[in-house]
Design a protein around this ligand. Structure first.
Ligand code: ZN
Length: 595
């Protein structure tokens, strides 16, 4: 404990520069040349990438797509054998690691650390060993348009660089909420990159806001119920111990991502639970890939943050090199388990939503002293932080309880007219089939009722809550219906999208809002006649209506509800209202009906 505190103080006085080998002045990065006061714009970033490409046989600069404002999305491929395509890379048998920076361009630490790391790997070759058992993909700036909304006032909490990019895209969307719904061209491009290269490990670099503490950098990896058990075991047993040890050997303190259970009260402790697939880590988990979230701390000076990110990336790549074969085997076996999970009897469950565990253990937390002040600005009390270190033992609630799960069907059938949904499924690399002839199948259906939309938009959409009732019926599906078989490695992604109750499902994000709209209405004087005829024919119905009028005063006072009572029981009612049009199929579809 004392050693760690000493380490903290040491950090305050030494300039935390990366222990790079002899770098000629010529190869210093833009950030290094400014002593980390500045970070390069898109242009100089790309210039440096081009120089790396031109100077080294180990580097290829590619574009993996185009932003809405027309910028190329840059990808650096680092391979000591020049395996610059996914096919060549996979043929080497090496692990593929994707390091992504600038999903939030106001947090450019990953970009500047990556450029330095690429130089040490491919130019000075002081870190050439990192390519012995790995191929490294670097996306220095994912959100390129947001990056070019550049200025000094984009990150009020953050201690440098002087200017940086903006959090969201030119369409004002947050890419780190867009993994599943894939509304943005940038995310569509990333999903294509992910599908083509299928990295064995995914890294996403950020800067965190929030309370102050001693740690320069925190990390998160999915471990709790939303990821294959063996992948989680690999992370816990094989990856984290050497990776964290590697970072701790440097001058940086690292801790799990700090997520207080109660704002302004550290004594209540911290938690760590499962991320949903809208986030990079949750998405990686659903793709069976260990995904590392790196979050440097906003209050630490930029040089120190870049250095911390660099050390985490270095320790990550060192660990992957030592674990290359095992990592590749573990993730491929997890893929195979997803395929088998759609074929077993009885069917398996896939957990969809989670809450943090109620079981805590002690955590020795390296915080800083804090005190409560009365804030004139807020008109309430407020916690402020001092620079003096303080070690506290706090409860740490690490783990998830499953709140909701679904049975995994063999396949889904999506009506061909839902083209936006089918496009997104394709964007995730999900293999789709088509019915060549009409086919009768037992269909498991959901009827969704009582939809309630969020009043305020979130990510350009109004998400909704609803109730759901399940039923089964024999249904004839027309030729052209799109079949989503789940015996494929992306099966979990399909379930998360297509099960309405999933927290990031198509229904939740509003892709199916129109199914809730009643499109035909009865005139009162028409339903009056129809209702009288119905009651004359059906005494039970007459009694049921009378009973409801007596027992339900709100109903009795509502002419619209009274009218609908009969309209819903008439043959004119639209029986598809609220009926989720995607069917679950729990039997094997005869391949003769599919193309
Ligand atoms: Zn971020």
């Amino acid at each position: 404990m004392n050693a760690l505190v000493t380490k903290f103080f040491t950090l305050l006085v030494i300039s935390s520069t990366v222990a790079a080998a002899q770098v000629t002045d010529d190869w210093r990065t833009f950030a290094e040349r400014t002593a980390f006061r500045e970070t390069p714009r898109y242009g100089p970033t790309l210039e440096y990438c081009k120089r790396l490409d031109a100077a080294s046989d180990w580097v290829a600069l590619q574009s993996f797509g185009t932003s809405p404002q027309g910028r190329d999305l840059p990808l650096l491929v680092l391979s000591s054998e020049g395996a610059f395509t996914p096919e060549q890379a996979h043929a080497t048998g090496k692990a593929v690691v994707l390091i992504q920076s600038g999903i939030h361009p106001g947090e450019p630490d990953g970009k500047d650390a990556s450029l330095m790391l690429a130089r040490e790997i491919a130019i000075t070759k002081s870190l050439a060993k990192l390519l012995e058992r790995a191929i490294v993909l670097m996306v220095p700036i994912f959100n390129v348009d947001g990056h070019e909304r550049f200025g000094p006032y984009n990150r009020i909490n953050q201690n440098g660089p002087q200017e940086s990019g903006w959090r969201v895209t030119s369409q004002n969307l947050n890419l780190n909420r867009d993994y599943l719904k894939a509304d943005t061209p940038e995310m569509r491009a990333m999903l294509r990159l992910f599908t083509d290269w299928l990295p064995d490990l995914y890294v996403d670099c950020h800067v965190t806001d929030g309370m102050d503490f001693q740690y320069d950098v925190t990390y998160a990896m999915e471990l709790y119920r939303n990821i294959d058990d063996e992948v989680a075991a690999w992370i816990t047993e094989r990856f984290l111990p050497p990776m964290l040890a590697g970072v701790n050997r440097s001058a940086h303190l690292i801790a799990p991502y700090i997520w207080p259970r109660e704002y302004n009260d550290i004594s209540k402790g911290f938690m760590s639970s499962a991320a949903t697939p809208r986030f990079s880590t949750g998405y990686g988990a659903a793709q069976n890939r260990p995904s590392l979230l790196i979050e440097t701390h906003m209050l630490k000076p930029y040089a120190r943050r870049v250095s911390a990110t660099y050390q985490v990336l270095l320790a990550t790549l060192e660990t992957v090199n030592g674990e290359s074969d095992r990592l590749r085997r573990v993730v491929r076996e997890a893929d195979q388990r997803v395929i088998e999970s759609a074929l077993i009897e009885p069917p398996a469950y896939l957990p969809l939503s989670f809450r943090s565990t109620k079981n805590a253990r002690d955590w020795t937390f390296l915080g800083v002293k804090s005190r409560k002040i009365n804030s004139e600005v807020l008109g309430t009390s407020l916690v402020v932080f001092d620079s003096e270190p303080e070690v506290q033992t706090v409860p740490y609630y690490a783990g998830s309880d499953v709140v909701d799960s679904v049975l995994i069907p063999r396949s889904y059938v999506v009506p061909r007219e839902y083209t936006a949904v089918i496009d997104v499924l394709r964007a995730h690399g999900i293999r789709l089939r088509t019915l060549t002839r009409p086919l009768e199948l037992e269909a498991h259906l959901s009827r969704l009722t009582e939809p309630r939309w969020q009043a305020e938009p979130s990510e350009g959409r109004h998400s909704l809550r609803f109730k759901s009732a399940e039923s089964s019926e024999l249904r004839t599906f027309p030729a052209g219906s799109v079949v989503v078989p789940l015996d494929q490695r992306t099966g979990k992604i399909a379930v998360h999208l297509l099960e309405p109750r999933g927290p990031d499902s198509f229904v939740r994000w509003g892709f199916f809002d129109a199914i809730f709209e009643q499109k035909e209405y009865a005139e009162a004087y028409v339903i009056e006649r129809v209702a009288q005829e119905m009651m004359a024919r059906d005494t039970t119905l007459r009694l049921e209506f009378a009973s409801k009028v007596r027992s339900d005063s709100a109903f009795a006072r509502n002419p619209w509800a009274r009218m609908n009572f009969f309209y819903q029981r008439s043959p004119y009612w639209d029986s598809s209202l609220g009926l989720y049009p995607v069917a679950r199929i729990s039997t094997t579809i005869d391949p003769a009906f599919l193309e």
